[in-house]
Design a protein around this ligand. Structure first.
Ligand SMILES: [Zn+2]
Length: 202
């Protein structure tokens, strides 16, 4: 039987849809770009469906996915999970405390990731790096940039991703966008906001 959303999952999925709408309104999810997920139970994640406008997501549209192997637990629905679901799975496999993942295409992040290539994005001496985990504004934060993935590479990325993650709660695909995670949807969105601000100003 397909799993139900618990009351807490429902509340946090509402918060996640608000984050998706904000991302859309800021121009970070134009078209049907962007994908979002929530994982409160170790074995179950709720994934946004493929092909929908992210300004209009609703909690009941999210699809239940088994974290271990990516199986869709409600196959009778007409919706299918986002093609980028394996990135979300990989993050949950590698970061047991992550409860929400936000993925979008902020323009400055996309542009900077094309300029720096795979050496990664480093930020030093800026107040906003504290939002990415630096203890002090004089410190340094390194954000991993991985090559973008085609469809077949995306399908098998989940098991490889945990070893590629670093301390900072985000990973960037070059020329594509950022995946950020946190204990809540708003915490994950705040990571994206800090990164986009740093890419605009640094
Ligand atoms: Zn994307």
């Amino acid at each position: 039987m397909a799993p139900w959303q618990t009351p807490l999952e429902r509340v946090l999925l509402k918060e996640l849809t608000a984050c998706a709408r904000l991302s859309y309104e800021r121009g970070w999810c134009f078209g049907t770009a962007g994908n979002f997920s929530l994982r409160l139970r170790p074995e179950l994640m709720w994934q946004s469906p493929s092909g929908l406008n992210k300004g209009n997501l609703q909690p009941e549209l999210f699809l239940p996915i088994r974290v271990q192997d990516g199986a869709l637990l409600d196959p009778l629905r007409s919706l299918v999970p986002s093609l980028e679901m394996p990135m979300h799975r990989g993050i949950y496999l590698g970061r047991p405390k992550a409860r929400a993942v936000v993925h979008c295409h902020p323009p400055k992040v996309v542009k900077r990731s094309q300029q720096v290539g795979l050496e990664g994005l480093s930020f030093v001496g800026a107040e906003m790096i504290k939002a990415l985990g630096a203890g002090d504004y004089n410190g340094q934060v390194c954000c991993p940039v991985l090559p973008n993935l085609n469809k077949s590479e995306m399908e098998c990325v989940a098991e490889k991703l945990p070893s590629l993650l670093e301390e900072v709660a985000l990973v960037i695909l070059a020329g594509h966008g950022v995946y950020a995670w946190g204990q809540s949807p708003l915490e994950a969105l705040a990571v994206v906001e800090a990164l986009e601000f740093l890419c605009q100003t640094h």
